[in-house]
Each structure stands twice: as C-alpha cells, then as structure tokens.
Design a protein around this ligand. Structure first.
Ligand code: GLN
Length: 272
C-alpha cells in the first residue's frame, strides 16, 4: 500500500508541477550516493524521502493492460506495478512521465532516465539505448472489422493498414506489399479509425489488441499473430547506453520473479 501511495503522490506532484517534471535533470544523477547508503539498513531507514533517488520513467499510458490511465487519472497497469515492485527492491522511487511512444527512446538520458512502455528489444533501438533483461514475451496481432475475410499475411497486401508511430507493428505494416500505411500517435486513434471503417486492419501487440477488441465487441476482432507469421518479441526496460541501472534492474527483476510478485502480477493482469 505504501508504495502505491508513493506512486500516486509522485504522479500528483508531477501533475502539480508539470513544467518542472518535463525539464528536470533526471534524478538518477544523484543515485550513486543513495544506493551506497541503502546497503546500510539503519541509515536507509532514517534517510529523508528527499534523499531517495527517483527514477523518471517515460511511458505511453495508452497500452492496456501494460499501462493506461486509471479511473482516477493516474498511470496504472502491469508494468507500473512491476517496476514499482522492482523499485522497492532497489530502494528508489519511480516518477512516471506519460508521453507519446514515438518520443520515448529519444528522451532517454535527457528528459527521462528509463523507458518502460511495452517496448520490444530491437536491433535498431539497441543502436541508441540498452535494455534490461526481457520481462515479457509478446507478438503482433492483427485487428480487423468483425466479418472481415483477412486471415493470412497475403490478405494484408494492398490493404489500408494502421499502426502507432515508431512501433514494431508500424514497421511490419510498412513491409507489406502494396499496403497503404496510416500512422497514428496512439493505438487508440488507430483502433477508432478501424471501427469507423477507415482502415482494413491495425497491427498491434497481442494484449492491447485483446483489450481494444473487448472494448469494441461486435465491431472488431483481434487475430493471432501466427496466422500472419509474426514472431515473438521481447519487452525490455530501455536506458542510456552503458547505464549502471542495467545491473540493478536485472537483479530486481530476478528478485520479484523469485519471490512470486511477478507471477501474481501476471495472474492479475492477463487472462490467458
Ligand atoms: N511493442 C511495440 C514496440 O515496441 C509497441 C509498444 C507500444 O506501442 N507501447 O514497438
């Protein structure tokens, strides 16, 4: 509960000081001293909240069930709970910064310390950022209108396809022969255009596809990626090249896996 409250407070404070949150130097600069101190339990106990390092984490909170805005307007979801649990192990606070997915990688190391947003570990991204160990296996799905005859990758040729800017789904759409690709700032906008009949299909990660299809039942359906020969993708937490946080994040991930927290969150957020 305590960590939840801290998370909520961080977001509230962030909302209260919008400009400050956007322009602040990432707080991890001060983290070395703090993590050295954290090994001494007594001094960590006694340390003032202001002394605790805060990691500013960029996410696009429109990607359920990984991250979304809850009814109270706060960032919530599987990744939010997972990173909060890991942060507790690392003795740091997390400050979520909601932003467009396509802007996250470029902001890492300047406006934000880390990016966590259902981000697939790709060769291209590895040119500019490092990733933690993978924490989730995903695959692209294809959303189509109910009753559509699209069922295989061949059926996507020469169709009007939608996806979100800078995503792997967008990349795959661009590869499809003869396809007209429409790119959106958010998947929600792409799905809305599919529902409105302006797209033949949306290429989007499996779990958000299932959530969005559920929200638009009777209008659109989510088709499994293996019908389209899409391969597994692995999500990782992105950070600046050479970041010392890699080791800490990987250790914390191993800890939350070992103590059952990870499995409990999977059971909470995913049906299958
Ligand atoms: N997994 C996809 C990618 O990394 C989509 C992520 C997202 O839209 N949040 O590009």
């Amino acid at each position: 509960m305590k960590k939840l409250l801290a998370a909520v407070m961080a977001v509230v404070m962030c909302m209260a000081m919008l400009t400050a949150c956007g322009t602040e130097t990432p707080a991890s600069v001060a983290s070395d001293a703090v993590s050295a101190e954290a090994s001494d339990a007594a001094s960590a106990e006694a340390s003032d909240v202001a002394d605790v390092a805060t990691l500013v984490v960029g996410t696009n909170a429109e990607f359920p069930p990984f991250e979304y805005l809850g009814d109270d307007g706060e960032v919530a979801g599987f990744e939010v709970d997972l990173l909060e649990a890991m942060a507790e192990k690392m003795g740091v606070e997390i400050e979520w910064q909601n932003m467009e997915f396509g802007a996250i990688v470029a902001a890492i190391g300047t406006k934000i310390d880390l990016g966590m947003s259902g981000m697939t570990i790709t060769e291209e991204r590895l040119q500019t950022v490092d990733f933690s160990e993978p924490y989730f296996e995903a695959v692209q799905y294809v959303m189509v209108a109910e009753g559509s005859d699209i069922a295989t990758s061949d059926d996507l040729k020469n169709k009007v396809l939608g996806s979100q800017l800078g995503t792997t789904g967008n990349y795959f759409a661009e590869e499809i022969e003869g396809a007209e690709v429409k790119t959106y700032d958010t998947f929600v906008d792409a799905v809305n255009d599919l529902v409105a009949g302006r797209l033949d299909a949306v290429i989007i990660d499996k779990d958000p596809a299932i959530v969005f299809a559920g929200q638009n039942e009777g209008k659109v359906v989510a088709l499994p990626g293996d019908q389209f020969n899409f391969e597994a993708e692995l999500y990782g937490i992105a950070m600046p090249k050479g970041s010392e946080w890699a080791e800490k994040l990987n250790a914390a991930l191993a800890e939350v896996k070992a103590d059952g927290t990870y499995d409990a969150l999977i059971a909470e957020y995913f049906i299958d």
